[in-house]
Design a protein. Sequence first.
Length: 657
Amino acid sequence: MERSTIVRVHEGLHARPATRFVKLAKSFECDIEIVRDGKAVSAKSPVKLMLLGVKENQEVTVRAEGADSIEAVEALIGYLENPLSGLDDEPQDDGAPQAEPVAAPVPVAPASLVQTHHGLRGVAASEGVAMGPAFPYFPAEINTDGRTLAPDETGAEVERLRRAVATVQQRMDATLADRSLAEGDRGIVAALRDIAADEDLIGEAERTVAGGLDAVSAVMAASAQVADEFAGMDDPYLNARADDIRAVGRQLCLALLGEEEAGLDALPEGAILIAEDIGAWDLARAPLKRIGGIVCGHGGATSHVAIIARSHGIPAVLGLGGQVDALREIGAIALDGSTGHVHPDPDDAIRADFEARITAAGKEREALTAYRDMEPRRADGTVIEVAANIGSLEEIDAAREAGAMGVGLFRTELLFMRHMHLPSEDMQAETYAALAQAFAPHPVIVRTLDIGGDKPIAGVEFPQEENPFLGWRGIRMCLDRPDIFKRQLRALLRAAVHGNIKVMLPMVSELDEVRRTRALIEECKGELATEGKSHADFPLGVMVETPAAVFIARELAKEVAFFSIGTNDLTQYVMAADRLNPVVAGLNHVENPAVMGAIEMTARAGVEAGIMVGMCGEAAGRPDLIPAFIRMGLTELSMSPASIQRAKKCIAEMSAG
Ligand code: PEP
Ligand code: MG
């Protein structure tokens, strides 16, 4: 029994729609295959199905053999012909895998460690001093000797492998049963559990064991082979699945060896996390409240690990290079996230110094709470808005507690990276509306999607780029993908009914980009009016973060409602120094006269045109620079919540002075 059809599932059969398809297929007893371009795979293997790479509007054949084949083909064809299959209108509580954000890759830094008489020195990535027990997080590599089995050993070894698979599945089920598991984490664990049960992966390992190789080596070979297949696909989402396969392979090997991964859950209160590299998403899921500080071989001051550390007030030194290895065996460590100094196993003098500084910092934090609710003003009475940079609704409370006067930068990337498919218009509208309501009457500035070749999202195919930071990112990508962009703009127009929403465009380098966006906004308004959906207009501004935008700031100022200076990117582009590369971190300073000159030019153009000029790059929270920015005419500064009270104090003192 077989039938062919054109796949209408939105974005095709990858990720969630694929795993749901497999689940449906598994509910039938018959053998089922799905065929595309002459290639047939089992419809009951999520790995095989994902690797088939079935896209929307492609023709496939469903072939079934067995007792219930008629019902199976009918159900599966119905699934394939439904554009909404597997998307977010379906129930989410069945343990099916869902969101897995993709962490921004942090490039490998060459050894850049500077050994000083103060200890080691890396990139000062998140201010503050910390000292505590070291928590080295260097998951051990699994080595295997590739042992050949005697013919009478293979049966027992296959059994051992099956027991290991069961153990891993039980461990994952136990994690899934934990009610405290966050929704996003649940999706990841559920996806891994599916892989651990995959007949393609496990079957291949079993066949290799039956052929005479020990189980650990067989699992490593099978997972490496499947992972390589994923890595070779022309889809960034599927490429990222290679890591999932390796992670499951690793878990299986540990179970075979009778071990269990310690993970970050075991991190004791106040410990300093030491790692060669840690993905932004791993960090976001870690017990952040317990982490006293972070020391990392990779990353730079504006990498996303640094941004997460700053937003949670965790001192961090990154970019220590390969020599972070030297910190594997230490017992305690002190670090200064403002200078980049790291002291392994500090002696008594250093301990005393850090203890004094930690106490002083605690007192300062205490004293700063007096500024929480103040509305800082310039000497002439103009209010300076001190707002928060956030990336998810979970951060609202911390921002409000810190005294944020609204949001100066809502990074929408996380919303897109968290999901295996593009977030729907309704879901986006709800998110933006919740944000606007939480801060009303203060403004909330939502930045439209700023995603690029270095940070893939599900549902968008990015080209392979030599220089992703100079490539198809931000507004460039959005204007080329009006289907994605209009969905976000429509959601923003709908959310604007609920509060004070402003919208800004990232990576602008031409006037035409603003004009084309306006035309799309008009189109969206027309559509919403026709559909009878309530919506409201919003002020449209731009981020000034490319040198091109600085040079055309006068022209831009005539066409937009506000500027927000993005010093993270502006610094890297003005100085031609990659913001993630610790080797050129010495050039990546906003206080360099070239960058300060660019900020001043932008401010002058904005002030002359009578529009608001703000800043949302990390420099906005620096007390040493805030007076200069205010003198240039900036009236809004947006920063990590942890910096808000100090910034308010700084402005108050400046005005009093
Ligand atoms: C910036 O570039 O300064 C900025 C705020 O944006 P992001 O760090 O998200 O690129
Ligand atoms: Mg930027």
